[in-house]
Write a new protein. Structure first.
Length: 133
């Protein structure tokens, strides 16, 4: 009994040391994994071999990408990818605002929906432009 407990502790400690300095998991990885599982399930129910092959290839690609992101040592880059993903999801969920890019500096500006044509002033460069909300 003590042998198995010691063996499990050594495996756990080895995995912990292996993951030091690596990125691990985040919301984007969870979304990639869930999308991959859904594609795999769909491929099991579709009888057409060409479509099934495409779904399985997409599944393998997403799984490989998720594993690559988890084991990556470039944590800053993975953090930036996750940040962009979360901003994209927040933008989709936000039904009360519209988002525009400033024509001069490309700063993203959020304005309320349903106000008609309005003049928007960029907070960064003070450029004024007119858009319909």
């Amino acid at each position: 009994m003590n042998f198995f407990r010691n063996l499990l502790w050594r495996i756990k400690d080895g995995l912990r040391r292996f993951m030091i300095g690596r990125y691990g998991s985040d919301k984007l990885n969870i979304a990639l994994l869930l999308t991959g599982v859904v594609l795999w399930l769909l491929s099991n129910f579709i009888p057409f071999t060409g479509v099934k092959l495409l779904l399985l290839l997409a599944y393998y690609f997403l799984m490989g990408l998720a594993i690559f992101r988890m084991l990556s040592r470039n944590t800053y880059k993975r953090y930036q990818e996750n940040k962009k993903y979360l901003q994209f999801i927040d933008r989709i969920k936000d039904r009360e605002h519209r988002y525009y890019d400033c024509p001069r500096c490309r700063q993203q500006v959020r304005v309320p929906r349903g106000k008609g044509k309005i003049s928007i002033t960029c907070p960064k460069c003070k450029e004024k432009f007119i858009k319909k909300t």
